[in-house]
Design a protein around this ligand. Sequence first.
Ligand SMILES: *Cc1c(COP(=O)(O)O)cnc(C)c1O
Length: 408
Amino acid sequence: MLKVNSDYCKLPGSYLFSEIARIVSDFTAARPDVEIIRMGIGDVTQPLCAPAVKAIHEAADKLSRAETFRGYGPEQGHRFLRDAIAEGDYRSRGIDVSPDEIFISDGAKSDIGNIGDIISADARVAVTDPVYPVYVDTSVMAGRAGTLGADGCWSRLVYLPVTEANGFIPPLPEGKVDVIYLCYPNNPTGTVLTREQLQPWVDYCRRHGSLLLFDAAYEAYVTSPDVPRSIYEIPGAREVAIEFRSFSKTAGFTGVRLGYTVVPHSLTGLECDGNPVSLHKLWLRRQTTKFNGASYLSQAAGAALYTPEGRRCVAEGVKYYLDNAALLRKSLGECGLKVWGGVDSPYLWVKTPDGMTSWEFFTYLLHTHGIVTTPGVGFGPSGEGYIRLTAFNTRENTVKAAARLSLQ
Ligand SMILES: *Cc1c(COP(=O)(O)O)cnc(C)c1O
């Protein structure tokens, strides 16, 4: 009989969101009178910016005529978009990233999952706990995680707890790891690291020849001046870090699909059979072999976001969600709850009151207020005792949820 990749068999079912969906549907069946407000899922609610929509229409028109039709584009992405990104997201902010260090993709999740292709199968991987589950699950699929223990931890992964006790500042790994995943502004906790707090991570990676995989999916939400929007704001990062970015949460592209990854030419210090190797070259080889580029329609839409009108619209959209976050933060605080995040991030991380577990508080908020959240423990063992709320709902629903919470 055919043998499958046994690493996939090690993965427990993705119970978290399906379990939540089941509980919520049981609740609505029993209590049809309660109007549910969903603050659990990380998907956006606001429509696309007008310049992006216009660009998609125009791109579709081009594809409809023989004279302007386009087929395959470059695997790395169209030059018009890579130029716009290099200028708009980096050079205009004084950050050194060139267009040919940028790889356009159909979203950050694909790249975050695929990057493992160019990393040795026995690499030691460190993740924060709680964590965006993709880093852990893709490490399991690649056979790097070992076995799952009763404590919810994988035997070969190094966990870096982020909790109230350490002020949500992860400790550096003890000893040497090969790969570190960091996500800032953080999903799920909504917390950030300042430039000063990120420097030791870059220094650690330079010292140990480790690779820093930096997920900046929420960079557009940064409002605090001492918090960087890119890892390349940190001196030395160009030698150790790959940065992932997405248009999903910043421009409502969760359905359009567009992201990009920066692999600097100066990313060296890694080796192949004892010889130094350029990760940029390996990633280019990987992409040209296994990927045929993001949709022309998506790339046209993405480029439209870098026009003055596009930029204004993206900034308004981000502000809309940040205002939602501020509303939630205020009403949760007024209830006497401890809250993190929601300032440089669309996520709020809330400590459960009276020593309740994540699931107990989840159930309480559902039954008492009709509000759906995500139990923190679903993001890792150190998430126990917290829940996550998102600011991605509509203003109307967010105002309603805030009012219900203040009735407590
Ligand atoms: C949503 C999200 C992404 C990426 O999403 P794509 O839609 O695939 O671009 C990446 N990282 C984190 C932490 C996210 O929350």
